[in-house]
Design a protein around this ligand. Structure first.
Ligand code: ADP
Ligand code: TRP
Length: 322
């Protein structure tokens, strides 16, 4: 079975981009792969420096995954910082990481442009991510397109390590779904917590409707034809509407008659119904935090077994023994 691994930062509310970019693929692979899913709280420290926010965000992220259908019996599911081996590997890999490789990372440059402090954690973020991936000998890493460059960094580091110390790491491949590589946000840019343009999955009906009504559209009159390919409302509808409904919507765009207000109401109802069961399950799970902690602890024990195996080999290869 292939080992598939991916993680999410507990840095804000889970949104539709996270779901279609990563989570859905992960959950779909549960039965047929050796699935590793984790909550990257160490990475979230680069943007969340608030004790309560980080710790409640971590439990929430666990409830998000479980409520959306992840079965902890069928995968390894844990919190990154519960396996401290990853920090040691990250340090070792840092010494195989040219500065230029990190200086070129768009994600780092974008975040600094947006005013996030350019500290060492933010700069070294891709090395810790490489350690996450390589520690578990991951073969496939499902992510949204924004993470593609980080995967390339992980591959470069693994290749350099293998060339220097002998075959040690599996070289990971990214898996990026064609249709959902970049889910657009309210403003048409990539939906992202850091752009404040998201539609969170677990909002209650009223705020959810408000958010969907805020999807930006152009001012073409109802009766005029519109281009579906450039409309973010259309792109979002396509994620949720059944094929026959989408055919009708497509015809309205192309021939005229698409009324944005009505289509937004449709989108609201589709999203509400799509996540209705998960929303109820999440509420229940959050009332049972000991259960969540227990699952994460068991997952961490499992992950740690694999992590220490890899780390023992790495320590030996580089000479961290005497
Ligand atoms: P955010 O950008 O909102 O902070 P994260 O960095 O926590 O999201 O991303 C978690 C996962 O969701 C990653 O695999 C990322 O590539 C994916 N993802 C995030 N936003 C989108 C999007 N708009 N479209 C597709 N995938 C996305
Ligand atoms: N950087 C990823 C993001 O922001 C999260 C992440 C950390 C990750 N470590 C990972 C994703 C390892 C996949 C594999 O979305």
């Amino acid at each position: 079975m292939q080992r598939i691994l991916s993680g999410i930062q507990p840095s804000g509310q889970l949104h539709i981009g996270n779901y279609f970019g990563m989570m859905k693929t992960m959950i779909a692979n549960m039965e047929t792969s050796d699935l590793y899913v984790f909550i990257v709280d160490l990475h979230a420290l680069t943007s969340v420096q608030d004790r309560k926010k980080l710790s409640t965000g971590t439990l929430e992220a666990a409830a998000d995954f479980l409520s959306l259908g992840l079965d902890p019996e069928k995968c390894t599911f844990w919190v990154q910082s519960d396996v401290p081996e990853v920090c040691e590997l990250s340090w070792i890999l840092s010494n195989m990481t040219p500065m230029g490789l990190l200086e070129r990372c768009h994600s780092y440059k974008d975040k600094v442009t947006k005013g996030i402090a350019a500290n060492h954690g933010l700069f070294a973020y891709p090395v810790l991510m490489a350690a996450d991936i390589l520690l578990y000998q991951s073969e496939i890493v499902p992510v949204g397109k924004d993470q593609k460059q980080h995967l390339e960094v992980a591959r470069d580091i693994a290749i350099k390590f293998n060339n220097t110390f002998g075959e040690t790491f599996v070289i990971p491949e990214p898996a990026i779904s064609e249709n959902t590589a970049i889910v657009p946000g309210l403003d048409g840019q990539k939906m992202s917590k850091s752009y404040d343009n998201t539609i969170p999955i677990f909002l209650d009906d009223k705020p959810l409707r408000k958010q969907v009504m805020a999807v930006q559209t152009d001012s073409t009159p109802v009766e005029e034809p519109k281009n579906p390919d450039t409309c973010n409302l259309y792109a979002l509808l396509k994620l949720f509407a059944p094929k026959d409904k989408m055919k009708e919507v497509h015809d309205l765009y192309v021939n005229g008659g698409a009324a944005y207000g009505y289509l937004k109401q449709d989108l609201f109802e589709l999203i509400r119904d799509y996540y209705a069961d998960a929303r109820a399950r999440k509420k229940e799970l959050l009332q049972n935090q000991d259960y969540l902690r227990d699952i994460l602890q068991k997952g961490a024990d499992k992950a740690r077994g694999k992590a220490s195996e890899t780390l023992a080999v790495v320590r030996d290869r580089v000479g961290l023994r005497y």
